[in-house]
Design a protein around this ligand. Structure first.
Ligand SMILES: [Mg+2]
Length: 215
């Protein structure tokens, strides 16, 4: 079967890694421990995938630089607590990545995580070798700006129209659209299916291996 895409770009949290619950609890614990406003589960789910700076602006409005820095460090310590089990990837992710590569697709990651966080997740998951490239929010503009997708395409010499963005948040799909790429939403992460539909994705899938039907 002819390949429709030469490059498939995945969001990380909530798309490949089952980390939404851990992010929500770490965020709330960080806020509580610093006596900052504690956002609801739904509110935290809504910022997963944005850069940390944008997330803080949204959930702790009016923070000064000191507070921002304290929160950032506290969150990092709590999320990466070495006494906790590493967060797992979703069932079927490894098989999906293997199959896509065997079909000739190149794979990449575009995430709102910082570079150190992505590298840690790469190391814990053992998935890094599948990807030809990655971009993080600390290196580019935050989603839904198309910069991450455009840079990954340029680096691989692939037209954005030959790339597919896969993500669990509206801004993942909107980033793909703005770059001129197709997008597929995943319903098993942070975003609701109704919200994902507003970015008019090509499809919404309900488990990782369903992606094979759309590439
Ligand atoms: Mg996500």
């Amino acid at each position: 079967m002819d390949r429709q895409y030469d490059l498939i770009i995945f969001d990380w949290d909530g798309t490949l890694m089952d980390s939404v619950g851990r992010i929500v609890s770490s965020w709330q614990e960080s806020a509580r421990s610093l006596s900052l406003p504690v956002a609801s589960d739904d509110a935290v789910r809504g910022i997963i995938g944005l850069s940390m700076a944008e997330a803080i602006d949204a959930l702790i409005p009016g923070s000064d630089d000191v507070t921002r820095q304290q929160f950032r460090e506290r969150y990092r310590d709590i999320y990466a607590d070495p006494t906790l089990a590493p967060t797992p990837v979703f069932d079927g992710v490894e098989a999906l990545l293997e199959e896509l590569k065997s079909q000739g697709h190149k794979l990449a990651v575009a995430t709102g995580k910082a570079r150190h966080g992505l590298e840690r997740a790469f190391a814990h998951s053992g998935l890094k070798h599948h990807f030809v490239g990655s971009r993080t929010a600390c290196e580019t503009a935050s989603k839904p700006d198309p910069q991450m997708v455009l840079e990954l395409c340029r680096e691989q010499g692939i037209a954005p129209s030959r790339a597919l963005m896969v993500g669990d948040a509206w801004f993942d799909l909107e980033m793909g659209r703005r770059a001129g790429s197709d997008a597929v939403g995943v319903s098993y992460g942070a975003g609701t299916e109704a919200h994902l539909q507003t970015a008019t994705p090509k499809a919404i899938i309900h488990r990782p291996l369903e992606l094979l039907e759309w590439v």
